[in-house]
Design a protein around this ligand. Structure first.
Ligand SMILES: [Zn+2]
Length: 194
């Protein structure tokens, strides 16, 4: 018989953090705290435990089941705008190259190249497949005689990204390869052709 909880290591017991209204504190990435942070918040009485693992941790005087879902006691106003990350940018552009619509070999394109003063911002970075990115090179869409990205090149509100994730059937297949990366674009290695 398989007892998953018996072999589960505490490091594999993150707690899902809900806001005081029981919605996740963040979606991308999903709000997870390591067990130590969750337990500390419990003792500081900043959270209520909604559910717990069977896994226990022990101190000399205490046995405690690790929380699996906790809710903040004080409501935190969610960020209106999501973080500028690889995943969120792909999500905004629905995992499609803004120039040709391809889903494959997605990279980031500085619409106005950095060499021409283009900045790494929501407004100037777009999802582009590798062939389009290479073809465009260090040129603006006008110089490369390709069409400019559509109006998606803007900072999206969090609600738009949530809708994109729910409404996009393409999202799931790309999630595994990109969700793990939450690093900012400025440190990404996939930016090409700039
Ligand atoms: Zn393309």
């Amino acid at each position: 018989m398989y007892h998953s909880e018996i072999i589960r290591h505490p490091e594999s017991c993150p707690a899902l953090v809900l806001n005081a209204d029981y919605t996740p504190l963040s979606y991308y990435p999903l709000s997870l705290w390591p067990w130590q942070t969750a337990v500390k918040a419990m003792f500081l009485e900043r959270v209520d435990v909604v559910a717990h693992y069977d896994r226990e941790v022990h101190s000399p005087s205490l046995a405690l089941k690790l929380p699996s879902v906790i809710a903040l006691r004080q409501f935190v106003r969610p960020n209106q705008f999501p973080a500028f990350t690889r995943f969120n940018l792909f999500l905004r552009d629905r995992f499609r190259c803004v120039y040709c619509g391809s889903h494959r070999e997605l990279t980031f394109d500085h619409v106005v190249p950095r060499a021409q003063g283009g900045r790494t911002t929501w407004e100037n970075v777009a999802t582009a497949c590798a062939p389009c990115n290479l073809r465009k090179g260090g040129r603006t869409p006008h110089q490369a005689r390709t069409h400019s990205p559509p109006g998606s090149a803007r900072r999206p509100p969090s609600s738009t990204l949530r809708q994109a994730a729910v409404g996009s059937t393409d999202c799931g297949g790309h999630f595994a390869s990109t969700a793990a990366s939450t690093s900012g674009l400025s440190t990404g290695t996939n930016t090409r052709g700039v």
